[in-house]
Each structure stands twice: as structure tokens, then as C-alpha cells.
Design a protein around this ligand. Structure first.
Ligand code: NAD
Length: 433
């Protein structure tokens, strides 16, 4: 089957490469010429484990190609996935301009029956609106179907998540579109992946409800951690104790410096906004956001407790990306920390396994990005572990402590071995323990 994916960012590129891996013929389109030029040379501009290999293999085997021409993509494909960005507007609602732009282009170009699949995360009601929008912009009436097929991949394990998802959600109005979608994902039937086949609105809502639930779960454990800090309990043990309850589960119970990234903040805000539009105030979701806003500055509070005055001090951040195994800095907690510490007159340095080695470091302001952990430690009054990159568990902390003015470690992810750090000479502070 010939498939076009429009938007070759984190989601679109993984979708295109993995659908090619399922045996489909893929053309991936992006308006960013630089990105497409790199991809045509087999180079992936984002850091995502395993992605470059899947891209290279499928290009070599002739199932995956890249283009800047949406016209070429739409004309040569039966199914068109829309995977462009849907960032937040200032009021928290989702900015749908890119999705609508692409939908109008598809309408103008389509010359026969097409299935338009919305992969981007879009507010409830968008598929229904896109149907009208496409009808209004067609040159002549041509039948087409719209499908909502939200994506649940996690950056850092996106390829694995796409090839072995927990479930596939399909929202559609026509049997023909459902049959085509089942055909595309037939490889997943073999591994008994559950399929949720439903209407547009429900499929759109499943995506927002999943992200809102996960964000709320993190805010919940962070709230518990803050109480633990005051009463002398250890949140890591509390999380273990409640996570063993099968009704609760042990995932997403790691207390720390709050959630961030390109999805949770914007998706929770968009859901609150949608609820507002329908006259419903989403109290719980608003509380999850406000707990998170406070949590993202918990490291500053802890630094103040230890160092007292932050003005003139130097703080080193271990990690910059919003989570490990990605280069994504969108809405990363590190950015809040840098801004806040700068405002307090603190000098901020950072080391991140990906950012330190890439051109990304030049785009950051208010922080000096060092090339290795020891250079980071040199002259610091405290370190804050911001991202739980695996390699941070095995740094030479003794050496690092010896280079610091003040060997203080604020472990913002409760990720390091407290005893090991203490033996290395650090004054260790976790979150809620
Ligand atoms: P991204 O910014 O990495 O990629 C979007 C791509 O679309 C960019 O390469 C951009 O150049 C391209 N684009 C924009 N307008 C275009 C146009 N008119 N024609 C062609 N290309 C165009 O975004 P992303 O992180 O891949 O997210 C895409 C969507 O998927 C969003 O709705 C997001 O919420 C959702 N999502 C993201 C993740 C994730 O982990 N990043 C997970 C699940 C869902």
C-alpha cells in the first residue's frame, strides 16, 4: 500500500520508517528542506535510539523516500497521515494551523479516494471539522475518509513503542477506512496488539485522557513527596508500597522535579481548554498543572535550604533534555531552572550527554554548556540532577566532589545511590526522602 506521512518530526519520521518496516511503501513529506535533504542522505536530525537504522534499512530496500512536495506525496498515496506539530497557543488551546493548512492542501490536490489519518494530537472535534474543511477546499467532490489514529510513542523508545504498542486506537466513520487501517497495522495483529476501534471523538479523547492521567499521576506522587519531606517518610518506599497494588501499578510513580516535554504540558492545557469551551471547569487537571509548576522549582527551594544565598553561587545541572534518550528540549524543566536561577543571580552550567555534543548547546541562553561532567563540577557550589540519563549513575563522583567548592547534590529524580554519593563526599538531597 502507498502511504504518505506529512511532517517528519519525532512522530512523523518514526511513523513513516516503522510503517515501511511493516512492508508499506512510504513517502515522507516535510516543508523543512534542510530536514529532507539530510534524510535523503540517510541522516536523521533528531536523536532517537534505533531510528537511523530503521530509516537506512527501509531506504535501502526501496520502501521509504523523502520529499518536500506534498503534491507528490498525496497524488502517489492512498493513505495520508498528518503528523505535523500542534503546539500550544498563548491561552493553552492547541494551535491547529499546521494541521488545517495540510488538510487544505490535501483537499486541493486529491484526485481520487483517500484516507486522511490524523496522527497529530488534536482536540476533540477536530476530525469532524477537518471533514468539512476538506470538503470546502476540494476542487470537485471526491470521496474520502478521515481517521483519528493518535500516537502514544514515547521519545527515547519511540521505534520500539511503534513496533510493539500497548494498543492501536482507530476512530473512524466508515467500514472501508477501518479495513484499510487494519491492513496497515496487520503486522500488529500477529503479535496480538489490542485495537480500540471507535468514533472520532472517543479516539481523540483517548489520547488526551491518557496524557492527562499520566501527568496527574506524576503530580500526585510529587505532592506525596512534598508531604514525605515534611513528615520524615521516604517517597521512594511509599511509591514501591503503593505501586505493588495492582489497582495502582508501579509506573509513573517516580517523584522528582515535575513533568515537561513536548506533550504533557500542552496536552493537559489543551484538554483543560476544551473542557472550558464546553462550560466545564477541569478542577483536577488544573490542580495537576499547578502542583507541577511548583514542583519544577523544587530544586531551587532545596538549593536555598542548603546554600542559603544563591546570588553569586555557581550551580551545575546534570542533564538538560526533558527525559533521557532524547534531544528534545521543548518545555524541559531545565529551562525553568536556568531562568529562575539566573533571575536569582546564580551562574548556571550544565552537562548533557546529547546537548553537550551537538550544535543545540549554542541555542541555549543563561547557561554555560560544558563538554564533560568533571568540567561541569569544577568550581560549582552545588549540582542538580535534572535528567535521569543512565550514565549519570556511574560518573566519577569522588573526582567531581573534589573539584567543587561545595559538594552538594540535589537529586531531582531520586535517581542516584544516596550512600554512594555520600561516600564520594557529597551532601545528598533527594525529593521526598
Ligand atoms: P515536530 O515539531 O517534531 O514535527 C513536526 C514536523 O512537521 C516538522 O518537521 C515540521 O517541519 C513539519 N511541518 C509543519 N508544517 C508542515 C507543513 N505544512 N507541511 C509539511 N510539514 C510540515 O512535532 P512532533 O513532536 O513530531 O509532534 C507531532 C504531533 O504528534 C503533535 O501533535 C504531537 O502532540 C503529537 N505527538 C508527539 C509525540 C512526541 O513524543 N513527540 C508523541 C505522541 C504524539
Amino acid at each position: 500500500m502507498n502511504i504518505c506521512v506529512i511532517g517528519t518530526g519525532y512522530v512523523g519520521l518514526v511513523t513513516g520508517a516503522c510503517l515501511a518496516e511493516f512492508g508499506m511503501n512510504l513517502i515522507c513529506v516535510d516543508s523543512d528542506i534542510r530536514k529532507i535533504d539530510l534524510l535523503r542522505k540517510g541522516k536523521v536530525s533528531i536523536y532517537e535510539p534505533g531510528l537511523e537504522e530503521v530509516v537506512a534499512k527501509n531506504m535501502r530496500e526501496g520502501r521509504l523516500r523523502f520529499s518536500t512536495s506534498i503534491e507528490e506525496g498525496v497524488r502517489s498515496s492512498l493513505v495520508i497521515f498528518i503528523a505535523v506539530g500542534t503546539p500550544s497557543n498563548d491561552d493553552g488551546s492547541a494551535d491547529l494551523r499546521a494541521v488545517e493548512e495540510v488538510a487544505k492542501d490535501i483537499a486541493r490536490i486529491m484526485d481520487g479516494y483517500k484516507v486522511v489519518v490524523v496522527k497529530s494530537t488534536v482536540p476533540v472535534g477536530t476530525c469532524r471539522k477537518l471533514k468539512t474543511l476538506i470538503q470546502e477546499h476540494q476542487m470537485k467532490p471526491i470521496p474520502f475518509d478521515i481517521v483519528s489514529n493518535p500516537e502514544f510513542q514515547r521519545e527515547g523508545s519511540a521505534v520500539e513503542d511503534f513496533l510493539r504498542p500497548d494498543r492501536v486506537t482507530i476512530g473512524a466513520e466508515s467500514e472501508q477506512a477501518i479495513a484499510i487501517m487494519k491492513d496497515i497495522y496487520s503486522a500488529l495483529y500477529l503479535i496480538e496488539t489490542p485495537f480500540v476501534i471507535t468514533n472520532w471523538e472517543t479516539a481523540e479523547m483517548i489520547k488526551y485522557a491518557a496524557n492527562a492521567f499520566l501527568a496527574t499521576k506524576i503530580s500526585f506522587i510529587n505532592e506525596v513527596a512534598n508531604i514525605c519531606d515534611r513528615v520524615g517518610a521516604d517517597v521512594t518506599q511509599v511509591a514501591k508500597g503503593i505501586g505493588l497494588d495492582s489497582r495502582i501499578g508501579n509506573k509513573f510513580l517516580q517523584a522528582g522535579i515535575g513533568w515537561g516535554g513536548s506533550c504533557f504540558p500542552k496536552d493537559v492545557s489543551a484538554l483543560i481548554h476544551t473542557a472550558d469551551d464546553y462550560g466545564y471547569e477541569a478542577h483536577l487537571l488544573k490542580a495537576a498543572v499547578s502542583v507541577n509548576q511548583r514542583q519544577r522549582l523544587i530544586a531551587v527551594e532545596k538549593l536555598q535550604q542548603v546554600l542559603k544565598i544563591l546570588k553569586g553561587k555557581t550551580v551545575g545541572l546534570l542533564g538538560l533534555t526533558f527525559k533521557p534518550d532524547t534531544d528534545d528540549m521543548r518545555d524541559a524543566p531545565a529551562l525553568n531552572l536556568i531562568e529562575h536561577l539566573n533571575r536569582l543571580g546564580t551562574k548556571v552550567k550544565a552537562y548533557d550527554p546529547i546537548v553537550s555534543q551537538s550544535g543545540m548547546r549554542h541555542g541555549l541562553s543563561g547557561v554555560m554548556v560544558e563538554t564533560d561532567p568533571e568540567r561541569l563540577a569544577d568550581g560549582c557550589d552545588a549540582l542538580v540532577l535534572v535528567t535521569d540519563w543512565k550514565q549519570f549513575q556511574n560518573l566519577d563522583y569522588e573526582k567531581m566532589a573534589s573539584l567543587m567548592n561545595n559538594p552538594v547534590m540535589i537529586d531531582g529524580r531520586n535517581f542516584l545511590d544516596r550512600e554512594k554519593l555520600q561516600q564520594a563526599g557529597f551532601y545528598y538531597v533527594g525529593v521526598g526522602r
